[in-house]
Write a protein of this length. Structure first.
Length: 603
C-alpha cells in the first residue's frame, strides 16, 4: 500500500495513535483539524465523544466550542472563540473528514480533494461537493389578477357564498383564495367584517404580505390559535390572561382530536343549566376515565400527560393562593411571578387548544337547555386556508363565526394533512363541520411552484402512481457520519448564492438543534413558534410549520428513517419537498428514508 500524499500519511499516523488510545472504537474519529497557536502546531480529532490522553485529543463535534473552528473557519484563516472567560485564538491549517471501515482508514476528504483506498492504493479524485446554485429567484412571487389561469380566474369570480378551492402543492390555492377574498370584500362594502384564518404563523405572514400587495393590508390575518384565544377571552368571563408554557404536543393532539367530541357531548348533559365557564373544563381534562376513553387511539402516555397538566393549570397560582398575605411580601426581586421557572408555572393558565373545546361545550349545553350559546362575532367574508390542518372541533367553531348568507372561502390539499389519524376524514366532512355542506368546489389542476417532474415524483408518496425518475432538480448526499453530514450541509449553504433556502426537518426539536448548529457558522432565521422572517437567506423550520410556504430551495438534512412509511410521514415529506421552487437537496447518514428507495438505488 502506498500513501504518496503527505496528508494521507499524517492521517494514517493519527489513526494508529487513536487505535492505541481507543482500542474498542472501530472508527476513533470522523474528522480532524490541524491548528497553530503561537509556535505550536496541534492535531485535534473530532468524534461523538471527547477523549484526552495517550497522545490523543478528541473533541465532541456537536458540542465542543472548538468544533466551531472546524465548521466555520476556512483553512489558512485565523480564528478566535470564547471558551468560558477566555479567548482561544490561532490559525486553522487544514481540515479533513475521515471514514473508517472495519477499523481501517479508507477515505479522506481534504477540501476539494478526495483520497480513497482502492485495491490497496490511495487514489485522489475531486471531492463530491454540492453544486453552486445561482438560478432565478421564483419563490414568493406575487401573481397579478391578469396572470391567473382560466380555472383560477373562474374560482375567484364565482358568485358570493361558500366555496372550496383545492389542489396539490404549488397549484396556487392560497393565491386564488386571497384574490377571491379581496374581490368579495369589494362587493360587500367597506363596513363588512372580513377575516383570514390560517394554521401556522409562517403562513400568516405570507398571507399578510400578499394582501398588502393586493392593496388590502387592513385585512387582518390570524392563526387559528390567535383567533380562537381572542374570542375565548371575550366570551368566557373566567378565561385566563396567560397561556401555558409547559404543554406538550401530546396534550395538544388530544385537545384537538375528534375522539374528544363524544366526551364533550356527554359532559354537557351533566352540567347545570347556566353559562359554561372555562373552569368547567376540569371535569373533562381532569377526569381519568374520560381521558382514557378519548386517548385510546393516541400515544399510551397521553391520558396521564393531560391529567397532570390539568392538575397544574386549574390550581391557583401562588399569588392567588396566598392573597391573604401582605402583597409586598409576595413581590419578587425580578418582578416575575413566584411560580415562574417551577413545576407550577402553568397554574392559572389555559392552552390555546382549550378555546375551541370550551366553545363546543358551550354550544352543546345551549342546544340542550335552549340558552344562547357563548358570544361569537360573525363575519361577512371569512377565508380558512390549509383547512385540512384543522380538526372538527376547530372547524365547528369557525363555521359558527360566519353570518347567515355570508361567504366562506375554504382552501387546502388533502395530501398535505399531517395530523393524527381521524382528524381529517375528507372534504365532505370538513364542509359539513363548517356548516357549508354542498359548497361548490374548484379543483386547480396545474402546479406552478415546483418543477413539474419534481411535483410528480413527490406525489407518489401520498397517492398511487407510476414510477417516476428522480428529477434533475433533486440533489442527494449520503453521509457516513453525522460530522460528514454537517460539513456537507455547511458546504451546500455556503455555495447557495441567491434567493431563499429552507432547511426543513421532521420535528420542532430537530429544527431547534439544527438552527443552533448552523447559527454558529452562518446567519439563519429561526423562530421557535415556526415563523421565520421573510426574505432571502437561510431559514430553519420543522415541516409542520412549512405548510403554504415556498422557497427557492429546500434542504432536508434528516432524510433518513425519521421519515417512515406511515401515512403522516408520507404527507410530511411531500409537504417538505414541494416547498421548493427550484432545487431540492436530500441528505442523510448511512441510509435514506424507505420512501426514498429510488434515491438509495442510485447512490
Amino acid at each position: 500500500m502506498s500513501a504518496p500524499d503527505p496528508i494521507v500519511t499524517r492521517h494514517l499516523e493519527l489513526a494508529r495513535a487513536a487505535r492505541r488510545a481507543l482500542p474498542d472504537d472501530p472508527a476513533p474519529f470522523a474528522g480532524t483539524m490541524r491548528v497553530r497557536r503561537g509556535d505550536r502546531t496541534r492535531d485535534i480529532l473530532l468524534g461523538d465523544t471527547a477523549h484526552i490522553g495517550q497522545g490523543v485529543a478528541r473533541i465532541a463535534h456537536t458540542s465542543a466550542p472548538l468544533a466551531e473552528v472546524f465548521y466555520g473557519t476556512e483553512p489558512g484563516d485565523d480564528y478566535a472563540i470564547e471558551i468560558g472567560d477566555r479567548v482561544v485564538d490561532g490559525t486553522l491549517l487544514d481540515r479533513c473528514i475521515t471514514r473508517f471501515d472495519g477499523g481501517r482508514l479508507v477515505e479522506l476528504l481534504d477540501g476539494e480533494r478526495r483520497h480513497r483506498l482502492v485495491d490497496g492504493r490511495w487514489r485522489v479524485t475531486p471531492a463530491p461537493l454540492p453544486e453552486p446554485f445561482d438560478g432565478p429567484r421564483r419563490a414568493g412571487r406575487f401573481v397579478e389578477p391578469e396572470q391567473l389561469d382560466p380555472i383560477q380566474r373562474a374560482a375567484v369570480e364565482a358568485p358570493p357564498g361558500p366555496a372550496l378551492v383545492i389542489g396539490e402543492a404549488g397549484s396556487g390555492k392560497t393565491t386564488v383564495a386571497l384574490h377571491r377574498l379581496v374581490r368579495l370584500a369589494r362587493l360587500v362594502g367597506p363596513d363588512a367584517r372580513i377575516g383570514v384564518i390560517v394554521p401556522t404563523p409562517g403562513l400568516a405572514r405570507f398571507a399578510a404580505r400578499q394582501l398588502d400587495r393586493l392593496g388590502r393590508p387592513d385585512l387582518g390575518v390570524l392563526t387559528f390559535d390567535q383567533w380562537a384565544w381572542r374570542r375565548a377571552r371575550r366570551a368566557f368571563a373566567d378565561w385566563p390572561a396567560r397561556r401555558s408554557r409547559d404543554r406538550t404536543p401530546a396534550t395538544d393532539d388530544l385537545k384537538r382530536h375528534p375522539d374528544l367530541l363524544p366526551e364533550i357531548a356527554d359532559l354537557s348533559g351533566r352540567l347545570p343549566a347556566r353559562p359554561v365557564r372555562r373552569a368547567d373544563l376540569i371535569h373533562l381534562f381532569g377526569d381519568a376515565v374520560r381521558m382514557a376513553r378519548a386517548t385510546a387511539r393516541l400515544h399510551s402516555g397521553t391520558a396521564a400527560a393531560v391529567l397532570e397538566h390539568a392538575k397544574v393549570q386549574f390550581a391557583d397560582p401562588t399569588e392567588v393562593a396566598w392573597r391573604h398575605v401582605d402583597p409586598e411580601r409576595l413581590a419578587t426581586l425580578d418582578a416575575r411571578l413566584i411560580d415562574d421557572g417551577t413545576p407550577m408555572q402553568d397554574a392559572g393558565t389555559a392552552d390555546p387548544a382549550d378555546a375551541a373545546v370550551a366553545f363546543e361545550l358551550a354550544r352543546c349545553v345551549a342546544a340542550r337547555t335552549g340558552r344562547r350559546p357563548a358570544r361569537l362575532a360573525r363575519y361577512d367574508v371569512l377565508l380558512v386556508d390549509e383547512a385540512q390542518a384543522l380538526t372538527p372541533i376547530e372547524l365547528r367553531l369557525i363555521g359558527r363565526a360566519v353570518r347567515p348568507g355570508g361567504s366562506l372561502i375554504v382552501s387546502g390539499d388533502a395530501g398535505q394533512h399531517m395530523g393524527a389519524d381521524g382528524s381529517f376524514a375528507g372534504w365532505d366532512e370538513t364542509l359539513a363541520a363548517l356548516g357549508a355542506a354542498g359548497a361548490p368546489r374548484w379543483r386547480l389542476p396545474a402546479v406552478y411552484r415546483s418543477p413539474p417532474d419534481l411535483a410528480a415524483w413527490a406525489r407518489r408518496w401520498v397517492e398511487p402512481g407510476p414510477p417516476a425518475p428522480m428529477p434533475p432538480a433533486v440533489v442527494c448526499h449520503r453521509a457516513w457520519h453525522t460530522c460528514h453530514l454537517h460539513r456537507w450541509v455547511f458546504d451546500a449553504i455556503e455555495r447557495w448564492s441567491v434567493g431563499s433556502l429552507a432547511v426543513i426537518v421532521r420535528s420542532a426539536s430537530a429544527a431547534r438543534r439544527w438552527a443552533r448548529l448552523l447559527d454558529r457558522v452562518v446567519p439563519v432565521r429561526f423562530d421557535p413558534d415556526g415563523a421565520p422572517p421573510d426574505g432571502a437567506g437561510v431559514a430553519v423550520l420543522a415541516v409542520a410549520h412549512a405548510r403554504g410556504l415556498e422557497f427557492d430551495g429546500v434542504l432536508i438534512p434528516d432524510a433518513d428513517a425519521r421519515w417512515s412509511t406511515a401515512r403522516a410521514d408520507r404527507r410530511a415529506l411531500y409537504v417538505a419537498a414541494t416547498r421548493t421552487a427550484g432545487r431540492l437537496m436530500l441528505a442523510g447518514v448511512r441510509r435514506f428514508s424507505p420512501l426514498l428507495g429510488d434515491v438509495e438505488a442510485v447512490m
